[in-house]
Every structure is written in structure tokens, then in C-alpha cells.
Design a protein around this ligand. Structure first.
Ligand code: NAD
Length: 481
């Protein structure tokens, strides 16, 4: 170890395994590798301190090392307590391409301590740019500043017991401790110093949008989720791959013939439904949006209310990004050994608190990330990853190729934020932006050759006829793909 290098991981001896998988992954990540090549002579992230809160997997290791090769220094943690691949964290720690604070099966307390360490840079106010997935790091900084201002006004400290939300209890505990230790300007300074954040997922973007609407957002933000080459690829094809992967690794249940209930038919739900249909299951969709409900029906899925299929469903998957979707009283009515899992970002889609506190409930751990809950009448249900996203808890998340699309957008967003660090013209604090379409098309283009896809070129006459530039962008911003 080089002196001064920090990391907290499970097992450094896994580094060789991690490196082997990382080497293989890179071949499947042509977008990231093309950026390394394109910018090798003039690294565009030179001097940037990047903090990242994003599942510490092999694919993320390739993202980290791309940013590193483009000149950045990095600190990293995971954005989920179950999603770290310990060999990926070890490979990064061994190479020291980021200071990494992550391991599989963190407690909530450890998770938030890792988030704090990822944000806390030695000898300066904090990171220059942030990569966030789900908005937890952004939340910690903003809550921190809010309580610093309160403390300055009247000496009030946050009370972790003022909320029942176990995550918020940890957030408040950390903010309180920093204030008690005399760090009374930490978060405000950090927000002032930060040149921006690029956010990875639907739920994180929803949080940013809400903060922006309320006038509470203090950062320049790039919404990476809504890049077409992220949203319509990672969310759809990634989940199409990793939902069955998670289900099979966790339970090895035969999916064919089963009734699979998908709650939410957005991008993630569409990928999930396709995968389950391809396995030969009978898919039922639960939706609130009439357009998505009609889409589901036109794809040949049944569309029902959850209440109508509680007693017949074999597998229930939540993919809404909303809260309170499957409640304890729903689970009590399910058939014996029905499987319940979530693939949305947070663990509040399934009422785990209600289940844990159900009168007479008997939880039994089957294996890591698989628990059977037996109700007093003797029937039980199987819950995956304690209601946290099962594709990362029970499996290894999305495969490299699709993550290359998402992460190429992440790197482009980071380059944009760093390039515009001294100007408020293109990106303003408090607002959320998407990358321009020509970059989205560039990301797709970088992935075609490795699939032997031949792209047809427009003639000038054809380009004029449909009123688009010959080299793109080929669609208006509002086009839905
Ligand atoms: N696990 C992963 O790898 C992964 C990958 C990408 C996104 N995500 C997460 O998955 C979630 C869904 O993302 P998305 O991009 O599909 O979002 P989306 O907005 O496209 O889809 C969500 C759908 O859920 C529906 N919905 C909302 N409330 C509902 C309710 N009460 N009952 C039924 N349906 C309801 C909405 O109408 C919408 O169609 C988000 O939390 C996102 O962050 C997870």
C-alpha cells in the first residue's frame, strides 16, 4: 500500500479474480474503451476530484478506471448495501485507481459511513464532481447544509430519533456527529465547491427534479438516466438480462408456466416483462398509467390490479420507483412460497417493515439474500434481497455491454461538467439537464461495430427530404424511440 492511500473493502486477496473479470469486461465495453483512446493525448478530466456513489461492480470498476485514465482522482462507495462485488472492489484497491469504501452486505450504518468517506477528501472541501446513483450522496450534502444553517441560527442539532425512516436516522446521525465535532460548515462548503453531479437512475433524477422545483437544489445536474442510450438500453435490456439472472441464482425456480406479476410497466418493467414472457411464463402487469397499461395489453400481457391476482401469482416483481406497492397484507394472501422481489432503486416498494412486524410471522434465512417468511397459518413467501434491488443483491447487475452504454454517457457528462466548471452559461446551479442528442448518437455509434452492425448512411437528398443533417442528429429531442 502506498502511504496515504485509503480503502475499506472486504478482502484484498480477491484482487486477481477481480482484475481477470475486469479485463474480460473491458472487451465488452467498447464505448468506455473508445473514450480512453480518443482522449489519451489530452486527458479531459485532468485535475478533477470525482466522488462516486454507484454499485461497486466489475462494470463500475471499468467506469472508475476510464475516469482515472482520463486524468481524474477518485473516491468511491456503493449506492446499495448488497450490490458490491468484493473482487471488483479489491481490483480497484490493488490498482489504487480509486479510494474505495464498499463491501457486500454492509449494514445501513456502514453504508452511510462509506458515503461520508467517499465525499470527504483529505485537505480540501470535497469533490469537484459527483457521480450519483439514486441521489443518496446528493441528499446527504443537502440535508447536511440544511442542518448547518439551523445550527448556525439557533444551535439546534438534528435528532436521529425524530424519524422512523432507518436511512434518514443514519443521515441525521452523521450530520449531527459532524456538527458536534466542530465541522459546522462542511456540507455548505462542499456544495459550493462542487461543479456538478451526473445522476444515473430514474429515481435519483426524480429526486433532483423535485428539489429543483422547490428551489432547494444547489448543484448543476446532468440527468444521465434520460439519455436514450441509457434509459432505453440499461433500464430495458439490462433488466431483461438481470431479472431472470437474479431470480434463478436466488431460487432456481422454473419460470415457465408460472404467473409472473410485474408492477410498473415503464422501461424497467418492459424489460422484466419481456424476459419473463421469453421464459414461457404468463405475465400480468399492474399499472397506474393508462398509456403504459394499454401498451402492456397490446404486447399481449394481462393488465390487472394487484388485488385481483394476489392469490394466483407465483412471482411478484416491483419496478415502479414508487413506494408502498406490495404491502404486508398483500403478502399474507399470496400462495405458499410465492416469490416477492423488487428491481426498483429503493427498498420501499415492498413493505418489509410491515412484514417483519406482522403478528406471528416467522422469518427464516434460506441463504444470502433469500428469506422465507412463514405466516401463522403455516404458509410462507420467499423474499429476495430484503426488498432491495434483486438483480444486484441476488446476481451481479447488468452485463458489461449495456453498462458500457450507460457509463459512456456518465463519462461524457463528467467531461461536460468539468469543462464548464468556471462558467454558468451552459449549465446553471439548481437545474437538471440532459446531454445533447449528438452525444447520445455517438454512444450508440461506438457500440455498433462490436455487434457487426452496419449503419446505413443518408444521401444528401434523403437528408434534405426528411430535414435532418446528413450526419445526425437524426431525431428531434421529443422523439420517444
Ligand atoms: N435494478 C436496476 O438495475 C435498475 C435499472 C434502471 C432503473 N432502475 C430503477 O427502477 C425503477 C423504475 O425505473 P423506470 O426507468 O422503469 O421508471 P419509469 O418511470 O419508466 O416506470 C415506472 C412505472 O411504474 C408505474 N407506477 C408508478 N406507481 C405505480 C403503482 N403504484 N402501481 C403500478 N405502477 C406504478 C409508472 O406509471 C411507470 O410506468 C426506478 O426506481 C429506477 O431508478 C433499476
Amino acid at each position: 500500500m502506498v502511504e496515504g492511500y485509503e480503502c475499506e473493502i472486504k478482502d484484498m486477496s480477491l484482487h486477481e479474480f477481480g482484475r481477470k473479470e475486469l479485463d474480460i469486461a473491458q472487451v465488452e465495453m467498447p464505448g468506455l474503451m473508445a473514450l480512453r483512446d480518443e482522449f489519451k493525448d489530452a486527458p479531459p478530466l485532468k485535475g478533477a476530484k470525482i466522488s462516486g456513489s454507484l454499485h461497486m461492480t466489475i462494470q463500475t470498476a471499468a467506469l472508475i478506471e476510464t475516469c482515472h485514465s482520463l486524468g481524474a482522482e477518485l473516491r468511491w462507495c456503493s449506492c446499495n448495501i448488497y450490490s458490491t462485488q468484493d473482487h471488483a472492489a479489491a481490483a480497484i484497491a490493488k490498482a489504487q485507481t480509486a479510494a474505495v469504501f464498499a463491501w457486500k452486505n454492509e449494514s445501513l450504518e456502514e453504508y452511510w459511513e462509506c458515503t461520508l468517506k467517499m465525499l470527504t477528501w483529505p485537505d480540501c472541501d470535497g469533490p469537484d464532481i459527483l457521480i450519483d446513483d439514486g441521489g443518496d450522496a446528493t441528499l446527504l450534502m443537502h440535508e447536511g447544509e440544511k442542518y448547518e444553517l439551523e445550527f448556525e441560527k439557533n444551535g439546534t442539532l438534528p435528532d436521529p430519533q425524530s424519524t422512523n425512516n432507518r436511512e434518514m436516522q443514519q443521515v441525521l446521525r452523521i450530520i449531527r456527529r459532524e456538527l458536534e465535532n466542530g465541522n459546522t460548515k462542511k456540507w455548505g462548503k462542499m456544495l459550493n465547491n462542487l461543479k456538478g453531479v451526473s445522476e444515473e437512475t430514474t429515481t435519483g433524477v426524480a429526486r433532483l427534479d423535485q428539489m429543483s422545483l422547490k428551489g432547494e437544489l444547489r448543484l448543476k445536474c446532468i440527468n444521465v438516466n434520460d439519455c436514450v442510450t441509457k434509459q432505453k438500453f440499461d433500464n430495458v435490456y439490462g433488466c431483461r438480462h438481470s431479472l431472470p439472472d437474479g431470480l434463478m441464482r436466488a431460487t432456481d425456480v422454473m419460470i415457465a408456466g408460472k404467473q409472473v406479476v410485474i408492477c410498473g410497466f415503464g422501461d424497467v418493467g418492459k424489460g422484466c416483462a419481456q424476459a419473463m414472457k421469453a421464459q414461457g411464463s404468463r405475465v400480468v402487469v399492474v399499472e397506474v398509467d393508462p398509456i403504459c397499461a394499454l401498451q402492456a395489453a397490446m404486447e399481449g400481457y394481462e393488465v390487472k390490479r394487484l388485488e385481483s391476482i394476489l392469490t394466483t401469482g407465483d412471482i411478484f416483481i416491483t419496478a415502479t420507483g414508487n413506494k408502498g406497492i406490495i404491502m404486508a397484507h398483500h403478502m399474507a394472501q399470496m400462495k405458499n412460497n410465492a416469490i416477492v422481489g423488487n428491481i426498483g432503486h429503493f427498498d420501499n416498494e415492498i413493505d418489509m417493515d410491515g412484514l417483519d412486524n406482522y403478528p406471528g410471522i416467522k422469518p427464516m434465512n434460506v441463504k444470502e439474500q433469500v428469506d422465507r417468511y412463514e405466516f401463522p397459518d403455516g404458509h410462507g413467501i420467499i423474499v429476495l434481497a430484503q426488498g432491495r434491488l434483486l438483480n444486484l443483491g441476488c446476481a451481479t447487475g447488468h452485463p458489461s455491454f449495456v453498462m458500457s452504454c450507460s457509463f459512456t454517457n456518465q463519462v461524457l457528462a463528467q467531461i461536460e461538467l468539468w469543462k464548464e466548471k468556471d462558467s454558468d452559461e451552459k449549465y446553471q446551479r439548481g437545474k437538471v439537464y440532459v446531454l445533447p442528442k449528438h452525444l447520445d448518437e455517438k454512444v450508440a455509434r461506438l457500440h455498433l461495430a462490436s455487434l457487426n452492425a452496419e449503419l446505413t448512411e443518408l444521401s444528401t437528398e434523403q437528408a434534405d427530404y426528411i430535414c435532418v443533417p446528413q450526419a445526425g442528429p437524426f431525431k428531434k429531442d421529443a422523439y420517444r424511440y
